[in-house]
Design a protein around this ligand. Structure first.
Ligand code: BES
Ligand code: ZN
Length: 885
């Protein structure tokens, strides 16, 4: 092929549209012993423009050039063109086939035979391993999103090239072989069977899936007869029951909500022992990590149960939002992920109202706000120029900010209008592709509101506003500016749907803040006369962003802030608002807009808090404060910890160690988090009790003394007391790790090991997670070091970077190593050291994460300096630590 001709296809973000696929006929023959596969595709393509080239994606495949041919019989006489030349361009991941003449316009069939390796990288067509009757076995699994179908068969691997898929598998006859559609024909031939699957409706390549291995399953049906199955390791079928129930109910729910039934004849959900993400929504064949699908009555915790329900609800939401209606390009990934995240809460709330899941939604917004408070954030709609950039945008912006701005819009338009619009959007774009503006168009039409303009300000620019509110004379003054954790304000501006209530939840107002600042007459706008002077009256308070449905932060003037503290203590405010006030105050403090003493004083107002979500956030904020105090004011750390212990002790004592008959799901989760916090902060009574209960557990894994909800607490407590001279607790946990066959138990242990204060033990733990005893999908859980371990972790990361980069470098898990190890630092020098180390080691897949992590180190460093300048910190902390509750 001439160089010049090839050149035109290189370095392009998208494939040319001169020929487009309509139907794939794919045959795959995996060899599970030698970890190889063979395959052949016949792709019906529509040739739309005069060309003698066909360009499609292929990567890591060996293509037999002689097999590449194009045939048509449009005019009744068959024409077969053999490719003159076939080039595979590695960097662009494309295959270019040149034919001896221009291809006839219209439909023809492109055939290609190829071979590949069942890789160990958890993407493309890969192998996962499991044990059966004590023997180690391989299974073959696919994971194609975002752009790895091309590693399994040559294809137009972009979401907009939808086609139908007819799949045939040739596999060992004793194994179960699954694909998107039901099998329609199975032929046995000795030790091999050939399974043909029904042709799929049109779909994108990233949703194609195949699983081949040994499984048990459970089965149920939806009310309109769709067969739903959960497949898991042989002997574990009963652990699939909970997910199966959730799936059946959720399918019925979505059918009503989207006003369109589930579009395939069956749904299979499979637990895969090695899995990079949490789960993957392949059309009709959803794959999961074991921890996200299996629930064990005896050994899973309430938090595990909730995780299973929300992951199932999320993946099933994609069957509509994503699979039926698909993003046109990865720039609109958030339409998939933001929506599925938001809808999963809707489903969980309907199935389990007692979980108060919308209160827990605030964890999503907080994480979205946290990432989007960085200068190195990105807009929800983000430009993508190369496949290697896609992985990194499966982040808190696409998922959590995405879900949060949807929630904000829903609450602005009202749930009924919103649902009607969604249903008509799904109907309008079913079996095709949509962009962000297509959704806004339908919502705008249904609501009559300027949705496009409003939402563009949230999806096309990064960041979000902080709204300052003050009472000045008779007026309420509102002003927006871009909030950045790095301190100085950015220059973004938004159309902000403001809600506020004054003195009671009945007195609720709303407005759109379209400009930088606005002054409202309190009497006219609020219907009650609040003036600067009246703020001394205790009953008066104003809360903005009611129920925290808006994606912004609020800064109150001093008097308003004091009134809110009082309202919290007097229990006037809802849990969501208590959460929001605390969270905004924490963010302001971190950005050095507010002294730490104000935040600590506010935290004191939560001493009688009992609500799970609020306390859970209070706990995670106190961890972060303790971390920064270790750098900023180490001499105050003991008093600080004592204050936190005081804060949590009252609710911890109320809940005790043992589950109460009929207690709520939220109390079960709260108990674990409270005890973990007490253990982390060095509460000796908790640490001793944990040891006693762990010993009982070591003697009998079914002891009632250590139910799953408090196991993590006990593991952390024990690790806090382990040292090189007393390793017994550590070794016991390793034994539990090795003996359990429940993935959730393994994860629980991994997450606790590195919290040990002894750096030598931490190093041992970090080396352990690189060993063959830990599946590579799980290693990242073991990197959670305490403040004492961060230097060890950094040295370890540097020493092992080549290995880590080689093992995890081709997926998104690598970013977690970088952010987890780097972000806890809090000095400018360390930031420089990190940048220097990575200067010669960075690559596209970690570039964004690295910049974000370094920015966090800068933010921490500034925060340290600001705390060190605070005058009354020592007195306040001293007072808080010794206050009687
Ligand atoms: N589509 C994603 C899976 C995915 C993630 C593919 C990253 C490629 C790269 C799936 O729907 C998903 O979002 N999974 C989540 C779980 C969900 C409950 C938030 C995950 O894997 O963490
Ligand atoms: Zn998703």
């Amino acid at each position: 092929m001439e160089k010049k001709q090839l050149e035109q296809f290189k370095g392009q973000a998208r494939l040319p549209k001169s020929a487009v696929p309509k139907r794939y006929d794919i045959k795959l023959k995996p060899d599970l012993v030698n970890c190889k596969f063979e395959g052949a595709v016949e792709i019906s393509v529509d040739v739309l423009a005069d060309t003698s080239f066909i360009v499609l994606n292929a990567a890591d495949l060996v293509v037999d050039p002689k097999s590449v041919r194009f045939s048509t019989d449009q005019t009744g006489s068959k024409l077969v063109l053999e490719a003159l030349e076939v080039e595979l361009l590695g960097e662009d991941e494309i295959l270019v086939a040149e034919f001896p003449r221009n291809l006839p316009l219209g439909v023809g069939v492109l055939s290609i035979s190829f071979q590949g390796t069942l890789n160990d990288k958890m993407k493309g067509f890969y192998r996962s391993t499991y044990e059966h009757n004590g023997e180690k076995k391989n299974m073959a699994v696919t994971q194609f999103e975002p752009a790895d179908a091309r590693r399994c068969f040559p294809c137009w691997d972009e979401p907009a090239f939808k086609a139908t898929f007819k799949i045939t598998l040739e596999v060992p006859s004793e194994l179960i072989a699954l694909s998107n559609m039901p099998a329609i024909n199975e032929k046995m031939d000795g030790t091999v069977k050939t399974v043909c699957y029904q042709e799929s409706p049109v779909m994108s390549t990233y949703l194609v899936a195949v699983v081949v291995g040994l499984f048990d399953y459970l089965e149920d049906h939806t009310s309109d007869g769709i067969k739903v199955r959960v497949y898991c390791q042989v002997g574990k079928a009963s652990q699939g029951k909970f997910a199966l129930d959730v799936a059946v109910k959720t399918l019925d729910l979505y059918k009503k909500y989207f006003a369109v039934p589930y579009s395939l004849p069956k749904l299979d959900m499979v637990a895969i022992p090695d899995f990079a993400a949490g789960a993957m929504e392949n059309y009709g064949l959803v794959t999961y990590r074991e921890t996200a699908l299996l629930y064990d009555e005896k050994h899973s915790a309430a938090a595990n149960k909730q995780r299973v329900a929300t992951v199932v609800a999320h993946e099933l939401a994609h069957q509509w939002f994503g699979n039926l209606v698909t993003m046109e390009w990865w720039t609109h990934l958030w339409l998939n992920e933001g929506f599925a995240t938001w809808v999963s809460y809707l489903a969980a709330d309907s199935l389990f109202p007692e979980w108060k899941i919308w209160t827990q939604f605030l964890d999503e917004s907080t994480e979205g706000l946290r990432l989007d408070g960085l200068a190195e954030s990105h807009p929800i709609e983000v430009e993508i120029n190369h496949a290697s950039e896609i992985d990194e945008i499966f982040d808190a912006i696409s998922y959590r900010k995405g879900a949060s701005v949807i929630r904000m819009l829903q609450s602005y338009l009202g749930p009924e209008c919103f649902q009607r619009a969604l249903a008509s959007y799904i109907k309008k774009y079913a079996c095709s592709n949509a962009k962000t503006e297509d959704l806004w168009g339908v919502l705008e039409q249904e609501s009559g509101e300027p949705v496009n303009e409003l939402m563009n300000s949230w999806t096309k620019q990064k960041g979000y506003p902080i709204v300052s509110v003050k009472v000045k004379g008779q007026n309420l003054e509102l002003e927006q500016s871009q909030f950045l954790l790095g301190g100085s304000p950015g220059d973004g501006q938004w159309i902000v749907p403001i809600t506020l209530c004054c003195c009671s939840y009945e007195n609720r107002k709303s407005l759109l803040l379209q400009v930088k600042s606005e002054t409202l007459d309190t009497k006219e706008f609020l219907g009650c006369s609040i003036s600067e002077g009246s703020l001394a009256d205790t009953g008066v308070w104003i809360k903005l962003n009611v129920d925290q449905t808006g994606f912004y932060r609020v800064k109150y003037g001093e008097e308003l802030a004091a009134r809110l503290r009082y309202a919290i203590e007097a229990k006037y405010l809802s849990a969501t608002d208590r959460f929001g006030i605390l969270d905004d105050s924490f963010a302001l403090c971190m950005a050095c807009h507010q002294p730490l003493v104000s935040l600590l004083t506010l935290m004191g107002a939560y001493r009688e808090e009992l609500e799970y979500t609020v306390l859970s956030n209070l706990i995670s904020i106190s961890y972060k404060i303790a971390r920064i105090a270790a750098d900023a004011a180490p001499e105050l750390l003991d008093n600080m910890k004592q204050f936190f212990i005081n804060l949590f002790q009252c609710s911890a004592e109320k809940l005790g160690w043992d589950p109460k008959e009929g207690e709520s799901h939220l109390d079960a989760m709260l108990r674990g988090e409270l005890l973990t916090a007490l253990a982390q902060f060095g509460h000796v009574v908790t640490q001793n009790e944990a040891r006693r209960r762990l010993n009982a557990f070591l003697n009998d894994r079914n002891t009632p003394l250590l139910p799953p909800d408090i196991r993590r607490a006990a593991y952390v407590a024990v690790m806090r007391t382990v040292s090189t001279s007393d390793r017994s607790g550590y070794e016991s946990l390793l034994r539990v790790y090795q003996e359990t066959d429940l993935s959730q138990e393994k994860t629980r242990i991994l997450g606790a090991l590195a919290s040990c204060p002894d750096p030598d033990i931490v190093l041992e733990v970090l080396n352990f997670i690189l060993s063959s005893e830990v599946r590579s999908q799980d290693a990242i859980f073991g990197v959670q070091v305490g403040i004492e371990g961060r230097e060890t972790a950094w040295r370890w990361l540097k020493d092992n970077w080549d290995y880590i980069s080689k093992t995890w470098g081709s997926g998104f898990l690598i970013t977690r190593f970088v952010s987890t190890v780097v972000s806890p630092f809090a000095s400018f020098n360390k930031a420089k050291e990190v940048e220097e180390f990575f200067a010669s080691r960075t690559k596209p897949a970690i570039a964004r994460t690295l910049k974000q992590s370094v920015e966090r180190v800068h933010i921490n460093a500034k925060w340290v300096e600001s705390i060190q300048k605070e005058k009354h910190l020592a007195e306040v902390v001293q007072e808080l630590a010794h206050r009687e509750y």
